[in-house]
Design a protein around this ligand. Structure first.
Ligand SMILES: *[C@@H]1O[C@H](CO)[C@@H](O)[C@H](O)[C@H]1NC(C)=O
Ligand SMILES: *[C@@H]1O[C@H](CO)[C@@H](O)[C@H](O)[C@H]1NC(C)=O
Ligand SMILES: *[C@@H]1O[C@H](CO)[C@@H](O)[C@H](O)[C@H]1NC(C)=O
Ligand SMILES: *[C@@H]1O[C@H](CO)[C@@H](O)[C@H](O)[C@H]1NC(C)=O
Length: 377
């Protein structure tokens, strides 16, 4: 039919016919060209992200790819590996330490159950929960990982403090598989007080997003001590460890439980490598009273849609701690373990006052630096 109409229309004057023919021909040619170039681009981009910058096809990238690039401006490309990629010279350059054959501990570490995912690729993390110990880092990780765009390692890899010699390939092997639109996360609270951690993380990726869960340093110290005491019941009392000379009010800043809470000192080290805007501070106190509010801010910081809301939490009064509502499909424990929210040892109120006085100047400097009053004083 169409052909008939076309030919009858085209029939009469022959030079009009040839002009039309040329027009249609050119049109189909350009259409073919467009198809080919679209095909070429998507194929060239698909198998390996690293070449993205050099391609003329960048403009043709999908909305999804654009979103990814925004999420991790510089590092997304070098982070993704397709399974059998040979070690590139660039990677060797950044990491000259011992390279262990990438073993398979990863598959074991990756949780099975709801979060097991057999597609996607392992990527270096885009966001890290770097501290602080006893601040509520486990809660933040467990809460944020219910977001469908977040995939996280369940255990603490301790890569940037204890396992750095194992190399980035080892680190990556621990990560869960993710789709390009998903964020990879891990948490290791000791990073925050590890001198080398900021430099090492920046050398992996300058644009890594950092989350620090902070809490009143006095309660944090007591919680820290309570945890140690539950493992080693014969350690000295809290007072003995906290002071060099209590009557003089001389606090022992070499004791880790005290040192960790001097947040401003550690933060200054991080700010030599990261902009303040790359670090998000979660209030450990508000995490308990308003988990949805805190998680809302975490989702904003990570550039995620606010999916985790009030509906996901309930408050367990016995525990005095918020818990996640159990989704139908999940077999994972949704309330944090027994040890979380455990009752602290009783500490003399006078000791608490002395420590408050000790921390006050550090706290104030910290509030000023981060532009937020955590109201610990
Ligand atoms: C890594 O670099 C070192 C020195 O820079 C070189 O000797 C070694 O052969 C390199 N290894 C690989 C796997 O490229
Ligand atoms: C998870 O792993 C355990 C032990 O490896 C196994 O018994 C269990 O069936 C697995 N669960 C799922 C859902 O794959
Ligand atoms: C603490 O300081 C007081 C006053 O200076 C001193 O008398 C006492 O011996 C000191 N105690 C210890 C354990 O050093
Ligand atoms: C609340 O916490 C207590 C103590 O850990 C636990 O025994 C109880 O099952 C929890 N209740 C709910 C509804 O999660």
């Amino acid at each position: 039919m169409a052909y008939r109409v076309l030919s009858s229309r085209l029939a009469p004057p022959s030079n009009k016919l040839s002009r039309r023919f040329v027009f249609v021909f050119t049109l189909s040619l350009s259409f073919t060209y467009l198809c080919y170039s679209a095909l070429f681009c998507s194929r060239a981009v698909m198998p390996r992200l690293p070449g993205l910058e050099e391609h003329g096809c960048v403009r043709a990238e999908s909305a999804g790819a654009k979103k990814l690039l925004q999420k991790a401006p510089f590092c997304a490309a070098q982070q993704s590996t397709r399974t059998p990629t040979p070690p590139s010279p660039a990677r060797n350059q950044t990491h000259t330490a011992k390279r262990q054959p990438a073993a398979q501990p990863a598959e074991k570490t990756a949780r099975n159950g709801t979060s097991a995912q057999r597609y996607g690729n392992k990527k270096l993390p885009n966001a890290l929960i770097v501290g602080v110990k006893k601040g509520g880092t486990r809660a933040v990780l467990e809460f944020i990982r219910i977001h469908p765009d977040v995939r996280a390692v369940g255990t603490e890899p301790h890569f940037f403090d204890r396992n750095y010699d194992r190399g980035l390939d080892w680190y990556r092997s621990l990560m869960p598989r993710t789709l390009d639109s998903q964020i990879t996360m891990e948490k290791t609270p000791s990073y925050f007080v590890t001198r080398e951690a900021p430099r090492r993380i920046a050398s992996m990726c300058r644009d890594t997003k950092l989350i620090v869960v902070v809490r009143n340093p006095v309660t944090r110290a007591i919680s820290d001590y309570t945890q140690t005491l539950s493992k080693k019941p014969d350690i000295p009392t809290f007072e003995e460890l906290a002071f060099k000379n209590r009557s003089q009010g001389l606090v022992d800043t070499s004791w880790n439980a005290i040192r960790i809470g001097m947040y401003i000192l550690h933060l200054e080290n991080w700010l030599q490598y990261f902009r303040l805007s790359q670090i998000h501070f979660v209030s450990g106190e508000r995490l308990i009273t308003d988990p949805a509010g805190e998680l809302g801010r975490v989702q904003d910081f990570l550039g995620l849609k606010r999916i985790i809301t009030d509906k996901h939490f309930y408050f367990n009064r016995t525990k005095g701690f918020p818990c996640l509502k159990k989704p139908e499909s999940s077999s994972l424990p949704r309330c944090l373990g027994k040890s979380k929210g455990r009752t602290h040892v009783q500490i003399d109120q006078e000791v608490i006052e002395q420590l408050r006085d000790f921390y006050r100047p550090f706290n104030i400097k910290f509030y000023e630096m981060v532009g937020h009053d955590f109201r610990w004083d």
